[in-house]
Design a protein around this ligand. Sequence first.
Ligand code: FES
Ligand code: FE
Length: 373
Amino acid sequence: MTTQVSASLVATLPGRAYTDPDVFRREQENVFEALWTCAVRSADLDRPGAYRTVEIGRESVLITRARDGGLRAFLNVCRHRGARLCTDAAGEVRRGLQCPYHAWTYGLDGRLVAAPNLSGMPDVDRSAYGLVAVALREWLGYAWVCLAEEPPSFEETVIGEAVERLGDPAAVERYRVHDLALGRRVRYDVRANWKLIVENFMECYHCATIHPELTDVLPEFANGFAAQYYVGHGAAFGEEVSGFTVDGSAGFGRLPEVADDQDRRYYAVTVKPTVFVNLVPDHVILHRMFPRAADRTVVECDWLYAPEVVASGADLSKSVELFHRVNEQDFAACERTQPAMTSRAYRDGGVLVPTEHHIGAFHAWVTGRLGAV
Ligand code: FES
Ligand code: FE
């Protein structure tokens, strides 16, 4: 629960919530292994046999493009004696997935198809020894997976988060994110707890201090009110600004279905626990976080554009540079904060000012899943 310290100030979580390995272990169990994770971009698995492995909570998840063209997810564990099936982050197999230990072989759909001497064991029911399936849904052109045996409603906990923020189910659909092409991907290895990154993303009190380029493009951010503060609000571009670029120069027009009242605006959406979606008229920036330890989070950030923009070989650098700088500025702030979380000065946490009070709802959500931290 959040604590009101004064009319203006609300208490944050205590420092240990960001450093304690036991809190992180409970988060792995009750957050990352219990909820939906945006794991891979569907188009990265472009043909049958392509696979990716992703660490989620304490598990390694293997995602494959099967022969029927669909995506499947499995625990990356051989059913024989438990060897890790695929150790590379990405790869491609021709026919099936063969365990490097004793050569049990699984189809791309996870079925056990062959094993040495299997024909000499007629009592073995192969169908009982397929890879353990993990729930998978596709949305926004990404494969989302959930390790829970009974996953929570995708419609409520994933799509519902975006709709709640934007106030209209069509608002995100109009960007047709699943049809966009990858223009750039940057992987950031951030030495900070994942919650510091979420909290930072949710507020804009820091924008005037650390984001000079962003506040030039979105002048209202200099006031400290985050775009996420009001339902349905997108921060307006400055009058002189032509596009969402590092110097305000023109971007790539407007994605075809983006509405007039969404044009020249920036929308930020947090899909708890680990995804940020940023919508601007000509592109979408999607962050996927992979918390690796209490003090380490890998963030993969994709810049997505209309396919014809990417195919044309257009120079994306000014467009990408704006949010790349924002990312570096944000992550540097989080890394600056992380070491202080073990200080006696932060034993009882810090405070949120009014423009940050909505972060209290995130803290209540975390403690609601974990119990006291
Ligand atoms: Fe995989 Fe033996 S552990 S085949
Ligand atoms: Fe920021």
